[in-house]
Design a protein around this ligand. Structure first.
Ligand code: GCB
Length: 601
């Protein structure tokens, strides 16, 4: 099981490629000693990036990160954080001020703080996520950069942090880029800013930075994993304890602070019906860390998905990171509770977290509530498949997603991409992602949301060549919305060239809550309701279908959705409105899933 070593090499290689990266990611920040930097931050809106470039468009040595103040009345300084705007962190900027509604550019954030570091510790500044490109400075010194809007990153500040008057400055830029991941073209709002929590994490000089602990693929009792220490005291004795399962195992890390392990244990398996979590305690000679971990197996056999060795139909729904009943990006535990609570109410056992890694509260809450999770990176629609730095960027986001969430029992599927056009360069790009995902996590299933083609007028077929590299085929289909009217569902007879499970990873149509008309009237709740009824009839005729994921749980903000009085910058395909009201189609899905649930018992 050489997967971590390999990942270290790959990350090193990426760093050698001079690609901006956070330092080695610290996982499980919730169980570590931390101080929150959430709250009010000063902010300078800088559309021309004058805080970064001089008038020759060269990086300015005295940019805004210096947080300068005039020393006397003669000195010219053309900015002042302390008299500038205030923004809430975590939080996207677009929903905080009207003038930032459509803003795409740079904003400089500043937070001042005092800090008492305990002796023999190290301190890191940790960002849950910032969209899209961040440059981070402490006390006027650059700590590093990060690209990618949905994954965490951290920088060590042990030597720079002082007891009084620290100033942390972050330049966040959400300009869309052709070579970005995602690229310029998406169907969701480009929420910018420090969208997730920021904290100072204090650790021992040599600490447990990362670990993996899951059931071995295909086994119901063999636990596999590894531990990675960070610091000078690399060779240590480590204990892994799961007290409620009477597990106490002892290992020794090597000169790189790394050890792999494997042992058998009698464990109650985690499942949606019994989301059993165990306290896992990892102790080294210098550090100790706990986590709440579920153990379950996930595999496929022919067209079936097996959870703990038994076939399961995934009663799913897609979710965007749109805060419930709000115009903002979701970031909190309460948001996660509400979104996953709605999915539970619909009788779901599965959610597709679209189209990028959601905040960590989502998989953690899913672990607790018993909700299976599909997690994906924003390799969406049009990507520069032949551009090396775009691939590096996607690999980096994939690595950060898996690093953060690989111990969550709820997460069963890593998805590589959404609706990407078939072609050699794209296939190769995605295949490289699959290799990375498998090297980092050999226990989970790989998927991607793909499109269908036709082998006859009414014969859709799943035959994307990338299908050969995944374990589970995701298929997005909009029969009855982009493709004909709902009755067309009756005519279709589906095929696949793969002996693999298929999930309908998207289907649905738009409806404005409270707009009632007949079933033929677009945007009415009745049209949407009828479309769902027809889709469900069609599902019943597809033997290889292993799950369904309607698009989407709730209306979400999108700059592509401009129809006045109906859309007004909202994608209206939600089963729940932007104000939290349930549309008629919600109840159609709820009933369908209720019946499936009963049949299971
Ligand atoms: C899709 C995309 C999704 C869109 C959705 C729509 O196929 O995967 O991101 O939002 O269709 O509403 O058109």
């Amino acid at each position: 099981m050489k997967f971590t070593k390999l990942s270290c090499v790959l990350v090193f290689f990426v760093a050698m490629n001079a690609y901006p990266l956070g330092q080695n990611l610290i996982i499980n920040v919730d169980h570590r000693s931390a101080v929150s930097l959430n709250g009010k931050w000063q902010a300078i809106i800088d559309p021309f990036e004058i805080g970064y470039y001089d008038y020759r468009y060269q990086p300015n040595k005295n940019g805004f990160f210096k947080n300068a103040k005039p020393r006397d009345k003669t000195e010219l300084i053309e900015y002042d954080f302390d008299k500038s705007e205030v923004l809430n962190v975590p939080g996207d900027w677009n929903s905080q001020q009207d003038k930032l509604f459509l803003y795409e550019g740079s904003i400089w954030y500043k937070k001042s703080f005092d800090y008492q570091r305990r002796p023999n510790t190290r301190v890191f500044v940790y960002f849950g996520a910032a969209n899209y490109h961040s440059i981070v400075y402490l006390n006027g010194q650059k700590l590093g950069e990060h690209i990618g809007g949905f994954t965490p990153f951290n920088f060590e500040i042990t030597r720079l942090v002082r007891e009084k008057d620290n100033f942390l400055v972050v330049k966040v830029d959400n300009k869309r880029r052709h070579d970005g991941v995602p690229t310029v073209n998406t169907d969701w709002w480009n929420y910018g800013g420090l969208t997730r929590r920021v904290m100072l994490v204090e650790v021992q000089e040599t600490f447990i930075r990362d670990y993996f602990i899951q059931l071995k693929r295909g086994s119901l009792k063999t636990v596999v994993g590894w531990i990675q220490l960070d610091g000078k005291q690399t060779s240590q004795t480590i204990t892994v304890e799961i007290p409620e399962a009477n597990v106490k195992q002892i290992f020794n890390t090597d000169a790189d602070g790394y050890v792999e392990f494997e042992f058998d244990a009698e464990l109650q398996l985690w499942s949606p019906d019994n989301p059993r979590l165990y306290d896992v305690i990892i102790k080294s000679q210098t550090d100790s860390l706990s986590d709440s971990v579920g153990f379950r197996s996930i595999e496929t056999k022919g067209s079936k998905i097996l959870l703990n060795g038994k076939p399961i139909f995934l009663r799913g729904v897609c979710i965007h990171e749109q805060a419930p009943k709000s115009k903002a990006r979701a970031f909190s535990k309460e948001h996660a509770e509400t979104l996953l609570g709605w999915a539970k109410e619909m009788n779901c056992n599965f959610v597709r977290l679209a189209h990028y890694p959601h905040n960590e509260y989502m998989p953690r809450t899913a672990d607790r509530l018993g909700m299976l999770v599909w997690s994906e990176i924003p390799v969406y629609w049009t990507i520069l498949w032949e551009n090396e730095s775009t691939l590096t960027n996607a690999l980096n986001q994939l690595t950060e997603m898996i690093t953060r969430d690989k111990n969550r029992a709820s997460v069963i599927l890593w998805s590589m991409a959404n609706e990407t056009p078939v072609g050699d360069a794209r296939n190769e790009f995605l295949r490289t992602l699959v290799e990375r995902a498998k090297s980092l996590d050999p226990t989970r299933l790989i998927t991607a949301a793909m499109e269908k083609s036709y082998q006859g007028k009414n014969k859709p077929v799943i035959n994307d060549p990338f299908g050969q590299y995944v374990d589970v085929l995701g298929c997005n289909e909009y029969i009855g919305w982009y493709e004909g009217l709902p009755d067309r569902c009756d005519l279709y007879s589906w095929g696949t060239i793969y002996d693999k499970p298929v999930i309908f990873s998207e289907f649905g149509g738009g409806a404005l809550y409270g707009f009632n008309a007949d079933k033929d009237t677009r945007w009415s709740e009745e049209y949407q309701e009828y479309l769902y009824e027809k889709q469900i009839k069609m599902f019943e005729k597809i033997p290889f279908l292993a799950g369904t994921c309607p698009w989407i749980l709730s209306d979400f903000r999108s700059p592509r959705r401009l129809l006045p009085q109906i859309q007004d910058y909202w994608n209206r395909k939600g089963l729940i409105s932007d104000k939290g009201e349930k549309k008629k189609a919600f109840y159609v899905m709820q009933l369908f899933y209720e019946k499936l649930k009963q049949n299971e018992q």
